[in-house]
Design a protein around this ligand. Structure first.
Ligand SMILES: [Fe+2]
Ligand SMILES: [Fe+2]
Length: 227
């Protein structure tokens, strides 16, 4: 009875979730706000010329993978929404997560141009695979869709965290790198919020060993973060 009540509370909280908090800062506004984008002092123009060849390779690979990952994420949520768009709980949640992914992709596209990084040749594959993954898991069940989100966001969150470690090791003083780190930190935290939302939904619909497993995985998030 108590477990059911707790699960219900989590479920209600999940349905009322609003991503982000009033106290959060959004460095990506440097790219999304028309008033600040383009300012040379904001780190949104130019790319460091003093990187070692290895650092340049790391930066290029990071931005290429990030852009491809955000393409895939957008199409996963598009696929999920095509199936679950009318669900009164999952529909608005998926839409909200997708809206954040749209912003991530828009910013990554700008970063890619700024740092002269060519896009991945697998963009079309990422779109098809992403949409298929989202739609198929949503057709299986809401829980399968949320499990998919949990798995994907875990990987992306950890991936962004690894990139922060790489960027922290770069010696350049170019203003674009500190801004890039803040943007990636913001996006990592967004992805972990998506992960939390997906786990909350799964917790609301399972109990016993299943709930224990999710709780354990959930608590692991945020451990040993780069920033
Ligand atoms: Fe994203
Ligand atoms: Fe995400």
């Amino acid at each position: 009875m108590l477990a059911a009540r707790c699960a219900r509370r989590v479920y209600v909280q999940a349905t009322k979730r609003a991503f982000g908090t009033a106290g959060r800062v959004y460095p990506s506004k440097a790219y999304t706000d028309a008033s600040s984008s383009g300012s040379p002092t904001a780190g949104t123009s130019g790319t460091p010329q003093d990187l070692t060849s290895e650092e340049k390779r790391v930066l290029d690979a990071a931005l290429r993978v990030d852009q491809a990952g955000e393409v895939a994420a957008n199409y996963i949520y598009m696929g999920q929404l095509a199936v679950l768009g009318r669900d009164r709980v999952c529909g608005p949640l998926i839409q909200e997560m997708w809206d954040q992914e749209k912003k991530h992709l828009s910013v990554m596209n700008k970063l890619q141009v700024q740092h002269n990084v060519r896009p991945t040749i697998l963009t079309e594959v990422a779109k098809i695979a992403g949409f298929g993954l989202g739609a198929v898991t949503a057709l299986m069940s809401k829980e399968a869709a949320m499990a998919c989100t949990e798995a994907v966001e875990t990987v992306i969150g950890e991936h962004y965290d690894d990139q922060l470690r790489d960027l922290n090791a770069m010696k350049t003083d170019h203003t674009s790198i500190p801004l890039l780190k803040k943007v990636i930190e913001e996006f990592r935290d967004d992805e972990l919020e998506h992960l939390d939302a997906a786990v909350e939904h799964q917790l609301a619909t399972c109990s016993g060993p299943c709930a224990t497993q999710h709780n354990r995985r959930w608590r692991m998030q945020g451990r040993d973060r780069a920033v």
